[in-house]
Design a protein around this ligand. Sequence first.
Ligand SMILES: C[S@@+](CC[C@H](N)C(=O)[O-])C[C@H]1O[C@@H](n2cnc3c(N)ncnc32)[C@H](O)[C@@H]1O
Length: 147
Amino acid sequence: MTCIDLFDEALHIPAEFTHDLVSATIDTWKVFQHNTQQFRDRIDVRRGPSGEILRQLVINAYDFVYIDGAHDSYHVLEDSVLAFQVVKPGGLLLWDDYEWNVPGLSPASFQHPRPAIDAFLHIYAEKVALVHQGYQVCIQKRPEITF
Ligand SMILES: C[S@@+](CC[C@H](N)C(=O)[O-])C[C@H]1O[C@@H](n2cnc3c(N)ncnc32)[C@H](O)[C@@H]1O
């Protein structure tokens, strides 16, 4: 498994996203290392921007790619196009937060993942099969698509 993240050492979590409703600052690198310690020998961790790292991965190599990084449409669109390349023919691509609900943020805003996912689904319609569309969206890369 390959995990890509910036792994911020001081990520600010607003109160609405923490369980105890107070804002928090967490070291995501330490939390990730702690949570995944028993799988360390099975994880290839790539620390850095997804737009750079996805370009370094092998094409048509991954059974499954999960996209849950930067949430603005510009990054989500770039992650989607690059992730599609590295998914195997017949493999799956899953986005989180298609129905992300943030007070004051319209789902139509380019600060939201949704416009990017919609654009990808529209443009890649012939190359993918829609598996699920809800809070998360899942597509299968059609088995005959090798590029
Ligand atoms: C909503 S969190 C999800 C993290 C993880 N998927 C999870 O469910 O715990 C979004 C993550 O995207 C990372 N991120 C944001 N922009 C990024 C970028 N350009 N490249 C790589 N990771 C990024 C952040 O560091 C953060 O850990």
